[in-house]
Design a binder for this molecule. Structure first.
Ligand code: ACO
Length: 448
């Protein structure tokens, strides 16, 4: 198959959210810490009637319906998630309910897990399948879904929740430049979930930031090397129209792009003008380790990067700032933001994505965009996703009510033998919701 990539996309996030400003006041954090310090506006979260399974059911049925795809046409279904509901039974098997009904049980694929990277692993699997000799001519479908919740403390405002579905096949408007790909994988304890009785991770916040930036540098280096080997030209940030990052919180995205600008200046790349080069020169002799801790470098590089950030990154930040960290869905929610904001200007452009999952696993890869043909066209994708309406029709919870919700979910996690309130009044028509977990831990869902 040729020009394999993403044909269609849909996104779902819960209609319930809390303003970061309200959370700041509630938590007794200094004013501006979450909004300016972390760069976040609002945070979405699941109430007791939603979870990663219901969100996935919602987004998959919505995608099939809105793009008019027959469920029999799906030959591979992969889910990326780090939200553990069952240690054996994959989320994918719950989604089979949609396909079994239509008589399609011939669908390969299971769940992929490694922190926020599982969605990228799932996406690569589907693309590789369509490109391989085991491809049977049908579509691949990728779902990235997570409910990111943290224990009380400094990480709590960096939660979020969403599910994103992506249809994969040939002749796509969003194709992979598969030759240009750089990965960095290593063993670190920056963020992990060793306590199986709790939904909350163990997280070393500062270490996770450094690990993220180190992985970014390393992936960029590999990426540039492969680009040069294949094209004979040096790669610089001028060679891509947009950069999309895994987005735990916006401040880290700002720092990441500034880091690429610094990397380009050290590499003496053409993207950096003389004035910027001069400003960054004093830092070029820092060792790798020193450079991650140097506050002046952070400040100067962000300042130098600002105009480029506004042009190449800012259009990708809308949903991550409004919904928060959606773990596996975060990178793709940033990409969705770009499709939403710039759909009419993207044809012919190259977009670079950086995926990071703690532990750690990371890949930088490249996409080439084409207008495509309806229903699989950039403009139709933007219309179908309907991001503005989804954001506008959310319901704001007070910080107190948010904490009450989180506490109830904490109590319910891993539990059995309960029925939910079945209150779906805040959910849009077509949304799936959890009704019951029986004495055998079997979960039941209904559709509004
Ligand atoms: N006004 C403006 N800015 C402020 C204010 C204020 N009143 N108060 C603090 N700030 C700034 C700080 O200077 C800092 O910015 P800087 O990094 O540019 O200096 C920022 O706000 C955050 O403040 P910190 O004191 O560094 O925050 P803290 O350590 O309490 O928590 C952290 C932040 C570590 C990100 C925490 O939320 C966390 O652990 N989150 C989860 C881990 C995470 O997301 N890691 C990212 C990669 S891994 C992954 O995706 C899960």
């Amino acid at each position: 198959a040729k020009n394999v990539g993403i044909l269609a996309v849909d996104i779902y996030f819960p209609p319930t959210c809390v303003q970061q400003e309200a959370l700041e006041a509630h938590d007794g954090a200094s004013k501006g810490k979450y909004t300016i310090g972390l760069g976040q506006d609002c945070m979405g979260f699941c109430t007791e009637v939603e979870d990663v399974i219901s969100m996935s059911l919602t987004v998959v049925s919505s995608l099939l319906e809105k793009y008019n795809v027959d469920p029999k046409q799906i030959g591979r279904l992969e889910v990326g998630s780090e939200t553990v509901i069952d240690k054996s039974k994959s989320i994918k098997t719950f989604l089979m309910q949609i396909f079994e009904k239509c008589g399609n049980t011939d669908i390969e694929g299971v769940d992929s897990t490694n922190a926020c990277y599982g969605g990228t692993a799932a996406l690569f699997n589907c693309v590789n399948w369509v490109e391989s000799c085991s491809w049977d001519g049908r579509y691949g479908l990728v779902v990235c879904t997570d409910s990111a919740v943290y224990a009380e403390g400094p990480a709590r405002p960096t939660g979020g929740a969403a599910a994103i579905a992506m249809l994969v096949g040939p002749d796509a408007p969003i194709t992979f430049e598969s030759k240009f790909r750089g990965s960095h994988m290593s063993h670190v304890y920056d963020f992990y979930k060793p306590n199986l009785a709790s939904e909350y991770p163990v997280v070393d916040g500062k270490l996770s930031q450094t690990c993220y930036l180190m992985a970014l540098d390393s992936c960029y280096k590999q990426f540039c090397a492969k680009y040069e080997k294949s094209t004979g030209k040096q790669f610089s940030i001028s060679d891509a129209a947009y950069f999309v990052f895994h987005s735990p919180y916006n401040k880290l995205v700002q720092k990441s792009f500034a880091r690429l600008v610094f990397d380009d200046s050290v590499r003496n790349a053409s993207s950096i003008d003389e004035a910027a080069k001069e400003k960054l020169a004093p830092f070029s002799t820092l060792s790798g380790d020193e450079s991650y801790q140097n506050r002046d470098l952070e400040k100067v590089s962000q300042q130098v990067a600002k105009p480029l950030y506004d042009a190449k990154v800012q259009p990708t930040t809308l949903i991550p700032k409004q919904v928060g960290n959606m773990y596996t869905a975060s990178l793709y929610a940033a990409f969705v933001s770009l499709l939403h904001n710039k759909s009419s200007e993207l044809a012919g452009k190259r977009v670079i994505l950086f995926s990071y999952g703690s532990g750690s696993t990371a890949t930088m890869f490249s996409l080439k965009l084409h207008e495509g043909q309806k229903p699989f066209s950039l403009s139709n994708i933007a219309t179908v996703m309907n991001v503005s309406t989804k954001l506008k029709s959310r319901h704001e919870f007070s910080a107190v009510k948010f904490v009450e919700t989180i506490n109830l979910m904490e109590h319910r996690y891993g539990g059995k033998d309960f029925v939910t309130s079945k209150d779906c009044s805040l959910l849009a028509p077509g949304t799936y919701y959890l009704t019951e977990v029986d004495s055998m831990y079997r979960r039941f869902y209904a559709k509004k």
